[in-house]
Design a protein around this ligand. Structure first.
Ligand code: COA
Length: 321
């Protein structure tokens, strides 16, 4: 039994922040941001607009695309680092909004790799017949934890949500998933405050992303190169067997390095970082939805999804669409 995607959806907040807008906020330039990251603009949630609001809109779009009754959904997972509240989980809040009752619903926190982790978990549920129809969402309001005085981070991130419905199927879907973590690297990318440590920063509204960008960049490029090898080897596939690379959208230069590793031309890579910035756990399902809806990704294409993020965490999913 395979987990197969039967519908995708996404949502981006209406408010847009361009690089030129950022020039008014910090000492930066459109040229610097474009050259170093590939980002042109990002979406920012309005005051009061929450991660669950974005997740609900993306989920409803995925449910429509899958053309299913919500009553069929028997598992809900939301990948997020920016939940609405400490508890209940955003997955439970979403479950209530969708008027679904009784099925398991939980969040996964693996920062930018969250959606890949969630797909990997869902695949286990479906393969062992514990679920038949799952809703998996990546949703973030990451701009809420940005320091708008720190030009090295505030230009990089944006808000958004992507969702997929996966169904148990005899037709091939997810072929393999590979997830990893190494907490040794926690200092390079973190929000150094939370509920049980440095809560004063949270109370003061100063729990912000801190990143040593240069170091993160180097580890990301090497690690993503290794996950490509691991995924191909596990499936006894060659580079040319991959039709589409759907990468985490952090930086065009990191994505190009992975494409190069696959000897893949950039027109076989789904790129949304220019329009969305880094939306963390939402970036892969957002990119997937964009390329499915515009007709680039077609049924039976072989897709390699990959991501890297805080923790560090990293992972990949190889699938037939
Ligand atoms: N505008 C203008 N200048 C900026 C700037 C900005 N927004 N941000 C940093 N700079 C400056 C730095 O202060 C530094 O100046 P200096 O040389 O006078 O000290 C210079 O640009 C170079 O900084 P550096 O950090 O070495 O740049 P970089 O080439 O490594 O690019 C990143 C910075 C953040 C774009 C890059 O490191 C990166 O993408 N890293 C990975 C980040 C990532 O993907 N994180 C999420 C993983 S999920």
């Amino acid at each position: 039994m395979y987990s197969r995607i039967i519908g995708t959806g996404s949502y981006l907040p209406e408010r847009i922040l361009t690089n030129t807008d950022l020039e008014q906020i910090v000492d930066t330039s459109d040229e610097w941001i474009r050259t170093r990251t590939g980002i042109e603009k990002r979406h920012v949630a309005n005051d009061g607009e929450t991660t669950c609001d974005l997740a609900e809109k993306a989920s409803r779009a995925a449910i429509d695309a899958a053309d299913i009754d919500v009553k069929n959904i028997d598992l809900i997972i939301v990948a997020t680092t920016t939940p609405d509240v400490i508890f209940p989980s955003t997955a439970c809040l979403l479950q209530q909004r969708l008027n679904i009752h009784g099925c398991p619903a939980f969040d996964i926190q693996a920062v930018c790799t969250g959606f890949i982790y969630a797909l990997s978990v869902v695949d286990q549920f479906i393969r062992n017949s514990s679920a038949k129809c799952a809703l998996v969402v990546g949703s973030e309001t990451l701009t809420r934890i940005l320091d708008w005085e720190d030009r090295s981070t505030c230009v990089l991130f944006g808000d958004g949500a992507g969702a997929v419905i996966l169904e148990a199927s005899e037709t091939p879907g997810i072929l393999s998933s590979h997830i990893h973590a190494d907490g040794e690297y926690q200092e390079l990318l973190k929000v150094p405050a939370g509920i049980s440590s440095d809560y004063d920063l949270v109370k003061a509204g100063k729990a912000f992303i801190k990143m040593q960008g240069n170091e993160v960049f180097k580890v990301a490029v090497n690690t993503l190169g290794r996950i490509v090898d691991e995924t191909l080897m596990a499936n006894e596939m060659n580079k040319e067997d991959i039709d589409w690379l759907v990468p985490h959208q952090a930086n065009t230069r990191i994505i190009s390095a992975t494409a190069k590793k696959l000897d893949m031309s950039m027109d076989k890579v789904v790129l949304t970082v220019d329009q969305h910035g880094n939306t963390s756990a939402a970036s892969v399902p957002l990119a997937l939805d964009v390329a499915i809806k515009d007709g680039r990704i077609k049924r039976n294409d072989t897709l390699l999804l990959e991501a890297f993020g805080g923790g560090f965490t990293w992972g990949s999913v190889l699938m037939k669409y």
